[in-house]
Design a protein around this ligand. Structure first.
Ligand SMILES: [Zn+2]
Ligand SMILES: [Zn+2]
Length: 261
């Protein structure tokens, strides 16, 4: 069964296409389930690279309208991709109850360490990867997140793999298994191409060293497009991810178990 739970749209200001255009593309591609998961805006602060908070209901209504319009043709889910910020727990809970949001994808692009902001993209010391992993683990422990997006996103920093990276992997993997949250192979990593370091040539993410441990642990894995353009919803790179996952012996599942709060 073909599915995609990590999908953006024009609301975030760095993607193209309305919700409906993604749904039409999903039908063309033969997807049985499409999850919309645009970047979550916050009422207390504008973190940028996403919709304004004032627009949140436009997005929600757009997805709900499409759910009505395309009922019986595919299953459309209302979600968000969100960082986890400890101070915003009430908000996440409201989203999953009062706002009627069906699922959250954890995309830990940045996190809070004792009031100091750290971006997962700006790490220069592998010890920081352990802090990133702990923030992911704390997030999954809340039970709010149904899917862990690009768990190996720190690969963008092209740091040489070392013991800290192993520890990061162990922390994330253990938490994902304990909380029954699948780990995502993200096609945007493949789209970014190959890099070279002390381990030779490989993708920044999915990083083969990370996924070696995932395969050994037989943890559940989901493949996502993370598309910001409808033409990428089920493109050659998503299919390449399927081949990569198969070659690495990963336990790929297609249907996400949605967490209830
Ligand atoms: Zn984005
Ligand atoms: Zn995303």
């Amino acid at each position: 069964m073909l599915t995609n739970y990590h999908t953006h749209c024009e609301h975030c200001k760095h993607a193209e296409g309305s919700v409906e255009v993604y749904v039409q593309q999903a039908i063309i591609d033969g997807l049985a389930i499409l999850g919309m998961s645009d970047h979550l805006p916050y009422p207390h602060h504008d973190y940028g690279y996403r919709m304004d908070f004032a627009e949140i209901w436009d997005y929600i209504y757009e997805v709900r309208e499409a759910q009505e319009k395309f009922r019986g043709r595919l299953r459309l889910l209302l979600g968000f991709e969100s960082e986890y910020l400890r101070s915003q727990r009430d908000y996440y809970e409201e989203l999953l109850t009062e706002y009627g949001v069906e699922y959250l994808v954890l995309g830990q692009h940045f996190y809070d360490i004792g009031g100091r902001w750290q971006g997962a993209y700006g790490i220069s010391d592998t010890a920081e990867c352990i802090t990133y992993a702990r923030s992911v683990s704390e997030a999954l422990d809340t039970g709010y997140y149904s899917l862990l997006a690009h768990p190996d996103i720190v690969g963008v920093n092209c740091l040489d793999w070392d013991r800290n990276m192993d520890e990061m992997t162990d922390i994330i993997l253990e938490s994902a298994i304990k909380n029954n949250v699948p780990l995502e192979i993200n096609a945007n990593g493949v789209r970014r191409g190959i890099v070279s370091d002390n381990l030779g040539e490989h993708y920044m993410y999915p990083h083969f060293k990370f996924w070696e441990k995932v395969a050994q642990a037989k943890a559940d894995v989901i493949i996502s497009s993370d598309c910001h353009n409808p033409s990428l919803l089920y493109d050659a790179d998503v299919r390449k991810c399927r081949t990569i996952a198969e070659n690495w012996g990963l336990n790929v599942i297609d249907v996400l178990e949605i967490k209830k709060v």
